[in-house]
Write a protein that binds this ligand. Structure first.
Ligand code: GLU
Length: 390
């Protein structure tokens, strides 16, 4: 009796594994969680205070569907300051987390018969959202270090192409698209007239002197075709507050607002004030987190490559390592589920991101937890190997 729509989609593997691991932990099991991408840092104190103040000021009623004016203005200023994109406050809207922004975008723009180009590996929910919008995901291979080029995109363009999903830095691979390629991708979008959904949620998490380049900042023509999506979740360790935001042309923002007005209405009033504080005060906490993630990134990369039968490309951004486990001979789903059951380490199977033979480890955990997790993986893989040889 269920709708075809929901029968056609799978659960979010990232969240499923995360909740299974958290449940095991609750039951007293000593689980190391390297699954869902969630900073282990607490939300900075000033942001928490701003939320408490919002409650005390009785900011507890509905707000405009697309967010309070102050926050929309603050987001427009952020886009100008950090991304060099000039969006008016009316070209910005607030949703209940980055995922909700993306969902609204897909629903506002995609139709049956449309194709959305999705580079592989992709974050688990893009594919399902494209399907929920009745459109078709068209998978686009990246190279052996997961880099996307304009030529790869070009090969997938048809007269049905309505959108390219651009996620740089990429979840799960950590790859950052080269700036020259972003420029060429913009030219392709303009030439073939398709939207670029630029999900820049990991924009601050770039290492080795890499810099994020927002495609909408390149020129007016590509700005008109770009929908820029972001959130405060990762940047300010605010995953549970559920505030995401979008910058796009007025027509798209208005359509998204109409849609949101019939689903969630406004995002939490209180969380919007917390996000306002996050975006308008000194950004020191972000710098501190990026520094910590960079150290962990190096450590994870080195240790993974020391494990027999596992190798890993150095991630340039985000906070994930996407490790090749194909030499273990295990399917990624078996690897992840047996690892959790037998060695109490939670990771996400690569197949959830469209790539067999890989697992994703989040290094948004303390170095101590990461070390414990990698020690266990090392030991477990050795045991498996010994069993299969013996
Ligand atoms: N985006 C994070 C991840 O990939 C959080 C979980 C989710 O929303 O998928 O782990």
């Amino acid at each position: 009796m269920l709708s075809k729509r929901v029968k056609n989609i799978a659960q979010s593997e990232t969240l499923a594994i995360d909740s299974k691991a958290k449940q095991l932990k609750k039951e007293g099991k000593d689980v190391v969680i390297l699954a869902a991408g969630e900073p282990d840092f607490n939300t900075p104190e000033n942001i928490k205070q701003a939320a408490k103040k919002a409650i005390d000021s009785n900011f507890t009623r509905y707000t405009p569907v697309g967010g309070i004016t102050e926050l929309r203005k603050a987001v427009a200023e952020k886009f100008k300051r950090e991304n060099n994109i000039s969006y008016d406050a009316s070209e910005v809207m607030i949703s209940c987390g980055g995922k909700h922004s993306l969902y609204n975008i897909m629903m506002a723009v995609l139709d049956k018969g449309d194709e959305a180009i999705l580079p592989v590996p992709y974050w688990v929910s893009y594919k399902e959202m494209i399907k929920l919008a009745d459109a078709k995901p068209v998978f686009c291979k990246t190279d052996d270090i997961f880099k996307l080029t304009a030529d790869m995109v070009s090969d997938k363009i048809t007269d049905k192409t309505k959108m390219l999903v651009l996620n740089s830095p990429c979840n799960p691979s950590g790859a950052v698209v080269e700036h020259d390629e972003i420029k060429k991708i913009a030219d392709l979008a303009i030439k073939h007239n398709f939207y670029v959904l630029s999900d820049e949620v990991y924009e601050h998490f770039v290492y080795n002197d890499k810099k994020n380049l927002s495609i909408a900042s390149l020129n007016e023509d590509i700005k008109k075709l770009t929908i820029t999506s972001n959130s405060v979740s990762k940047t300010y360790a605010m995953t549970g507050w559920r505030i995401g935001y979008t910058g796009a042309g007025k027509e798209i923002i208005k359509a998204m607002e109409n849609l949101q007005s019939h689903s969630t209405s406004n995002p939490s009033n209180i969380a919007q004030y917390a996000a306002l504080e996050a975006l308008t005060t000194p950004q020191d906490s972000v710098k501190g987190m990026v520094k910590a993630f960079d150290e962990r990134r190096r450590f994870v990369h080195k240790r993974l490559n020391e494990i027999h039968d596992i190798s890993c490309v150095e991630p340039e951004g985000a906070f994930y390592a996407f490790a090749d486990i194909s030499k273990t001979g295990m399917k990624s789903i078996d690897f992840a589920s047996n690892l959790l059951d037998e060695a109490l380490v939670a990771v996400v199977p690569g197949i959830a991101f469209g790539m067999e033979g890989y697992i994703r480890l989040s290094y948004a955990a303390s170095i101590h937890e990461i070390e414990r997790g990698l020690d266990r993986i090392d030991k477990w893989v050795k045991q498996k190997r010994a069993n299969s040889v013996g």
